[in-house]
Design a protein around this ligand. Structure first.
Ligand SMILES: [Zn+2]
Length: 430
């Protein structure tokens, strides 16, 4: 059992783990009304007689533990406190069935407003790191990953695009229902629903990539995503086979501040379709390996997601005839040099966890490693990293240990200055 994550101390309950989620929602676009039912199949990690579930802005109307109609519960602004019918021992299984409803809205956080968000004509989910409870009750810890079934019903004319392998679409009484299933464990922040007047569009030689956008954006979308198959090929060749059950890309009719990855899924704003933003497409795709398959169990390790995704952008630039990795490294090194050197990459703290320096210094750390061990060992390391921690949790120490093993030598001379010190080490040279 692990405790609360120090970056998100108000989220999650360490007294139980989740074995699977079953999430069913019905959403009315025009009135922004959500009715849901979520079943959490759980296992106690310690002796426990009550648990708390994260749920924000929506009201639980009925809660049952193991079908018990007399389950007692109480709700505060962030937590649903559920009394178990009797005290459970560590290792005992139980299931919590929550019916809930309300007008979903993003929650305010130190990282901005996150979670379920209304669009001009639809809705999206952008949860990282603690937005998931704005639309389904959960144990909102990054290390509590679980398989998940999802069913979303909404007004006909809209198409929900969900995390997971699609398992069905049906129309009934002016409502459309889409279902999906993830057999791989997902972190709550990586579960997403995107609802809009979307049409599925085909890419040339797209090999399983599903693209959804308003039909008016068809031309821009197919142009902007034309290189997606090549990006996926490059990453599969560099890191190993694409690790997810689905690859869906959604473009909203709205402009979005940033695109965002979810499990087997990513969402972009219409403003991200311009040639200058190609790197963001590569970035979000790379997260399917780094962050979504190889996962972090605590937020302090965020560079394992963002540094690797940023380094993947550089690989794509080089492979597509743009600047080389060495040129990108030198450019971003020069920029970092002008910025305050007060960020500790191995533990940036909650306020700086999404700071751009985490991304760039993280990528530079990988570049420094590549310079130190050479291309052949570095490539083998990335592939072993992805394979060893496929759909599992990993830490910075795990990466350092694996790197040392693959390189056949201690690499603290590389890692310590980049990860455990704030001053910028010299620019690495190949
Ligand atoms: Zn990212």
């Amino acid at each position: 059992m692990s405790g609360h994550d120090p970056y998100t101390p108000e989220s999650g309950d360490p007294s139980f783990d989740v074995e699977s989620y079953d999430v069913e929602i019905d959403y009315r676009v025009r009135t922004n009304r959500l009715e849901g039912r979520t079943i959490i199949n759980a296992v106690a990690t310690v002796p426990v007689s009550a648990v708390s579930i994260d749920l924000v802005g929506l009201r639980a109307t009925r809660v049952r533990v193991d079908g018990n109609r007399r389950t007692r519960f109480s709700q505060g602004p962030r937590k649903l406190r559920v009394t178990l019918p009797h005290r459970l021992q560590a290792g005992e299984r139980f299931s919590i069935d929550v019916a809930y409803a309300g007008a979903p809205a993003p929650r305010r956080s130190r990282w901005g407003t996150i979670g379920w968000e209304e669009l001009e004509d639809g809705a999206l989910v952008a949860s990282q790191p603690t937005g998931a409870p704005t639309w389904f009750p959960c144990n909102d810890r990054p290390d509590a990953r679980a398989p998940l079934r999802l069913s979303v019903t909404t007004d006909a004319g809209y198409l929900p695009v969900l995390t997971g392998r699609p398992t069905g679409t049906s129309l009934s009484g002016g409502r459309v229902t889409v279902t999906a299933e993830s057999s791989v464990p997902i972190a709550t922040y990586l579960v997403a629903v995107h609802i809009g007047a979307y049409e599925q569009m085909a890419l040339d030689d797209s090999d399983g990539v599903r693209v959804f956008a308003p039909v008016s954006l068809r031309r821009e979308v197919t142009r902007a995503f034309a290189e997606v198959p090549r990006m996926l090929e490059l990453f599969a060749a560099s890191f190993g086979p694409y690790p997810q059950e689905d690859c869906a890309l959604v473009v909203t009719d709205d402009e979005l501040e940033i695109p965002l990855e979810a499990q087997g899924l990513a969402v972009f704003g219409r403003n991200h379709l311009v040639p200058d933003e190609q790197r963001l497409i590569a970035h979000e795709l790379a997260h399917q390996w780094f962050g979504n398959s190889v996962g972090i169990g605590r937020w302090s390790d965020i560079w394992l997601n963002e540094g690797f995704a940023c380094f993947s952008e550089w690989l794509w630039f080089e492979a597509s005839g743009g600047p080389t990795v060495a040129q990108k490294a030198a450019k971003h090194y020069a920029r970092l040099h002008e910025l305050p050197q007060d960020l500790l990459l191995s533990d940036p703290g909650p306020d700086l966890m999404f700071d751009d320096r985490v991304y760039k210094r993280g990528a530079l750390t990988l570049y420094a490693l590549r310079c130190a061990v050479g291309d052949v060992v570095f490539s083998r390391l990335l592939r072993e990293w992805v394979e060893t921690y496929r759909h599992a949790l990993a830490t910075t120490d795990d990466f350092r240990a694996l790197a040392a093993r693959v390189a056949g030598r201690d690499l603290d001379d590389v890692f310590t200055p980049w990860l455990d010190r704030t001053a910028l080490p010299p620019l690495p040279r190949p």
